[in-house]
Design a protein around this ligand. Structure first.
Ligand SMILES: Cc1cc2nc3c(=O)[nH]c(=O)nc-3n(C[C@H](O)[C@H](O)[C@H](O)COP(=O)(O)OP(=O)(O)OC[C@H]3O[C@@H](n4cnc5c(N)ncnc54)[C@H](O)[C@@H]3O)c2cc1C
Length: 508
């Protein structure tokens, strides 16, 4: 039985903790805040409840596997999952609205044909077929296996089979970015381009620079669906926490780790902010790269735990500058109208401004950002059926300061897809990038995206094994990257690497 200290009680860290405890190890989680879940926080007021992190779950199979491998009760016995229908309503800049069915690629094609006309559905379906190839090629190395030692193969090879185009004298022009796929393969319809680019923007990635391999993001959603959790995503965090407790994982809350202790060239434990030291055979860190660097500052020869694993030195730190999220929670009087979609994406009418403000020289809140509106059909989130809890989310640059006028602008913009919003509004609360930073520790409130192939490795995350033997990285900032399913998989990979050793080749 090894003694294992886990730093942070985010979802990746807890997934690793539960699996390691089942393997017979003594696991203690030190969490600097007073609660578990990290990004999966919640706001409760006057009988309303809101998620401060993700509002929908993709690939629930990852958490199903966690619950199967760590106990008797399956996931569905611990939380109530349902596929939202429709998966999403898109409202484009020209006013076209379209409801996309959940987990039905054929249904999405039909809906696109009906709403956009032309050959929109056929083009999208053909794109999804190619996306499937990218998914088949990357699913194991970018979700289910530890980062390959020869990760350069993933960095250099584009798994998305883009269609060659002949243009004037240029032969075999091929899309290399997500925007390129939209422009060359989706027939020039600005709405299809917006639909596609939104998958990058929602993750804070610039679609003009995001490799075509990001086609796996819409593929995952359209194939495996989007799921809501009754009581909000916080209920999923609670279920994982309770599973950890049931497996005798110990939690120390309000227990910030100040330093990772090194002995004889190995991680040998942690020192807490109050100066107490806790010895361990393995340390598992579920924190952002900037935090981990700080925890290693006393360790000789460590100028960053990751660094050499992938990409050039410094890249990991640069990625901490990824965008964050701004969320506005709205408590509304009056019932949620029947037939309201769970999620509506209101696309920006000014794409150039949005891309410029998110990724340009002068970062800030776009004038009319792409806005995601969540309206869950869940009585557990409202005081009674005569009220509704609604969440607005936009991608904003990390560190962005938000003013009251910014929030008013967003609420006004949301009125176009939520008729009567202003009259129904009881109160609102705001979560800014600073609040995200407070919840997770990531600089500026940056939120990590899932790992993607190609792009010269800039979209990969560092391996779970670090340069310091005995120290492992878990959660959204390490392989296979951010997002609930990916962070959950990182827990499985770290547990596998510790239990089975460096030859562990991934979950089967
Ligand atoms: C606003 C927002 C929206 C998101 N939307 C989506 C989405 O739509 N879909 C999706 O799949 N994912 C989404 N994500 C990402 C997803 O929530 C995370 O990738 C996932 O929860 C994994 O988190 P993690 O394991 O990396 O830990 P984190 O949630 O980052 O938690 C890290 C934990 O470490 C603790 N910690 C930090 N420093 C120390 C220290 N020194 N000592 C002890 N503890 C410490 C923190 O307090 C925190 O609890 C979103 C995240 C945010 C913030």
């Amino acid at each position: 039985m090894a003694r294992i200290v886990v730093i942070g009680a985010g979802m990746g860290a807890m997934a690793a903790a539960a699996r390691l405890a089942v393997a017979g190890h003594r696991v203690v989680v030190h969490e600097r805040s007073g609660t578990y879940g990290g990004a999966l926080g919640g706001v409760e007021r006057d009988g309303f409840a809101f998620d401060t992190g993700p509002g929908l779950l993709q690939l629930p199979a990852v958490y199903r596997d966690l619950f199967v491998k760590t106990g008797k009760e399956p996931l569905e016995q611990c939380v109530e999952l349902s596929q939202v229908e429709p998966a999403v309503r898109h409202v484009f800049a020209d006013g076209t609205a379209i409801d996309l069915p959940n987990a039905s690629r054929a249904g999405v094609g039909e809906a696109l044909d009906a709403a956009l006309g032309g050959d929109a559905g056929a083009r999208w379906s053909a794109f999804m077929n190619r996306a499937r190839e990218a998914w088949d090629r990357t699913r194991r190395p970018l979700l289910e296996e530890p980062l390959w030692p020869n990760w350069q193969v993933l960095a250099e090879r584009e798994p998305y089979p883009s269609v060659p185009h002949k243009r004037l004298l240029r032969r075999d022009l091929r899309a290399t970015t997500l925007t390129g796929v939209g422009e060359l393969e989706l027939g020039g319809d600005a709405r299809l381009l917006a639909l596609l680019e939104q998958y990058a923007l929602a993750w804070g990635l610039d679609p003009r620079a995001t490799p075509a391999s990001a086609a796996v993001l819409p593929y995952m959603e359209h194939t495996f669906g989007a799921w809501s959790v009754r009581g909000g995503m916080r209920a999923l965090a609670r279920a994982v926490y309770e599973r950890c407790l049931a497996r005798r994982v110990e939690f120390a809350f309000d227990s910030p780790v100040a330093r990772i202790i090194e002995k004889d060239g190995r991680a040998a434990g942690v020192e807490l902010a109050d100066g107490t030291a806790h010895e361990a055979d393995f340390v598992v860190a579920g924190v952002a790269p900037g935090v981990l660097d700080g925890l290693l500052s006393g360790v000789s020869g460590m100028s960053g735990a990751f660094g050499v694993n992938i990409r050039a030195e410094g890249d990991v730190r640069a990625r901490a500058g990824l965008p964050s999220r701004l969320m506005v929670f709205l408590a509304l009087r009056g019932p949620r109208p029947g037939g309201t979609p769970h999620r509506t994406v209101l696309h920006t009418p000014d794409r150039a401004d949005e891309l410029d403000r998110l990724f340009g020289e002068d970062p800030g809140l776009p004038l009319a950002p792409t806005l995601t509106v969540l309206r869950p059909d869940d009585p557990a989130l409202t005081p009674d059926t005569e009220h509704e809890a609604l969440t607005l989310t936009v991608t904003v640059p990390a560190h962005t300061r938000i003013t009251g006028a910014d929030v008013e602008r967003l609420i006004a913009r949301a009125e176009s897809v939520v008729p009567g919003l202003r009259e129904r509004l009881l109160w609102h609360e705001v979560r800014t990038p600073a609040d995200v930073a407070e919840a997770t520790g990531a600089e500026g409130g940056a939120v990590p995206p899932p790992s993607l192939a190609a792009g010269e490795g800039r979209f990969l995350h560092p391996a779970n094994g670090t340069r310091l033997p005995g120290l492992f990285a878990v959660g959204g900032w390490s392989h296979p990257g951010g997002g609930l399913p990916h962070a959950g998989m990182s827990g499985a990979l770290v547990a596998g690497l510790i239990v089975e050793g460096p030859d562990f080749r991934g979950s089967q």
